[in-house]
Design a protein around this ligand. Structure first.
Ligand code: ZN
Length: 420
């Protein structure tokens, strides 16, 4: 690891940068180590404060169970599960009947119609690579062909796990007006023949997330394939997808689509409130364990004194410096921070998950400020500067053009329940 960090530093110096972190950030949205440090530091305070409150709850729970211990990192998940079931008694089986797969696909399409005027027509006769696969032709607001959207929703033995979007063909105009072919792949378990496939709320959110990436590919309107669709900076690519998730929880969408698969009844308000409250449970812990890793990743790639670098010592010193709560450990300690050390993809880049979340929370706030989650003017700017622009412009400028300002962290803190 010392050698890896030394070589990275040497490479950055040869290219004229102050540090490897400065080199990595130069062509992404954050641009400077200062901007990333500000983000991480500003979220750290509220996250740590909430985590300490959570730790106190766990301590109370242990006491009430007659366990005479001081909460340690290895106790967290055990007692946290007990606190969760006491505070948020939420049964997945109670939720699922309201989230049918077909209804959620329609909900994602409907959101795209309300925001961007897109329409979708299923192509029944299309030859596909598996009988479960569904194909849709997508039309823009003028009714012209925009692209092809393929939905491959069910788990099967030959598929790798997870959920993702990819492009079988990317949009470009260099070799003519070439429209994209976009696929969303999921791993939902398929209901038996004749029954409805039901989703958890997290599954439904994943569907919206990947469909957001899908729209980024479908709505792309650039000349060069190199910057088409999702070919944008690492700390910008999750904006269209994470932002799209916000519409799932909108009352207009839920009233229309979150209906009981047998009775057609809309999801009860009370159940919905419990569902959304439970989503913010344990966010102090989640944010702290993540941030600790992001802060160490950034610090080690900014370091200049590398001759006698002892990564474990350095990790310890950084955590002491930020006052890491003794009840929590890093999500990934350096020896298994594969993001930064198995390859180069996320070195000095682990921060980018949070960066994207700050942006998506702030971007959705742009709609909320108008009082209309589908505000047409905001949607038009979102289309022009974000979903259609690919990597054809500087990401910070694209965001400024859409929002009129750089993102602030308050909407994120509110969204994660880290401030009241
Ligand atoms: Zn994503």
């Amino acid at each position: 690891m010392r050698e890896t960090v030394q070589l990275r530093n040497e490479k950055a110096k040869l290219l004229g940068f102050e540090s490897f972190a400065a080199f990595k950030l130069d062509d992404v949205m954050a641009k400077t180590t200062g901007a990333v440090d500000d983000l991480l530091t500003n979220v750290w305070g509220p996250a740590k404060a909430r985590a300490l409150e959570e730790a106190a709850d766990l301590q109370d729970m242990a006491q009430s169970e007659g366990d005479n211990i001081e909460i340690a990192p290895w106790d967290w998940r055990y007692y946290s599960e007990k606190v969760r079931s006491a505070k948020h008694d939420l049964d997945e089986e109670e939720i699922k009947p309201y989230f049918q797969l077909d209804q959620m696909i329609d909900a994602a399409f409907y959101t795209a119609t309300r925001l961007f005027g897109l329409t979708f027509k299923e192509l029944q006769e299309q030859d596909v690579y598996h009988p479960d696969v569904r194909v849709f032709e997508v039309f823009d607001k003028n009714g012209d062909h925009l692209g092809i959207f393929i939905g491959d929703y069910f788990a099967r033995a030959s598929k790798r796990s997870g959920a993702w979007m990819s492009a079988f063909r990317s949009q470009q105009k260099l070799k003519g007006d070439i429209r994209p072919i976009i696929v969303n792949v999921m791993n939902f378990s398929k209901a038996p023949e004749g029954e409805q496939t039901l989703l958890t709320f997290d599954d439904a959110r994943t569907l919206f997330h990947e469909f957001g990436h899908g729209l980024h590919g479908l709505m792309s309107n650039v000349t060069h394939p190199l910057v088409s669709g999702t070919s944008v900076a690492r700390d910008f690519v999750e904006l269209p997808s994470q932002l799209f998730e916000h519409w799932l929880a909108q009352p207009e969408i839920l009233k229309k689509f979150a209906r009981h698969y047998q009775t057609g009844e809309v999801i009860p308000e009370e159940l919905l409130e419990r569902l959304l409250a439970a989503a913010n449970f344990n966010q102090g812990f989640a944010t702290v364990e993540y941030l600790a890793t992001a802060i160490v990743d950034m610090a080690i790639h900014k370091e200049d004194e590398l001759d006698n670098l002892d990564p474990a010592q350095m990790e310890k010193k950084i955590l002491e410096g930020i006052g890491m709560p003794k009840e929590i450990i890093m999500r990934h300690r350096i020896p298994h921070l594969l993001h930064a050390f198995a390859g180069d993809g996320y070195s000095a880049g682990y921060y980018s998950y949070l960066w994207s979340e700050v942006m998506d929370a702030d971007a959705f706030e742009a709609f909320e400020e108008t009082g209309d989650a589908f505000d047409p003017d905001t949607a038009a700017k979102l289309e022009k500067f974000i979903y259609a622009a690919g990597g054809s412009q500087d990401p910070a400028k694209a965001y400024m053009d859409f929002r009129g300002k750089m993102p602030s962290i308050e909407p994120l803190l509110k969204g994660r329940g880290l401030v009241n």
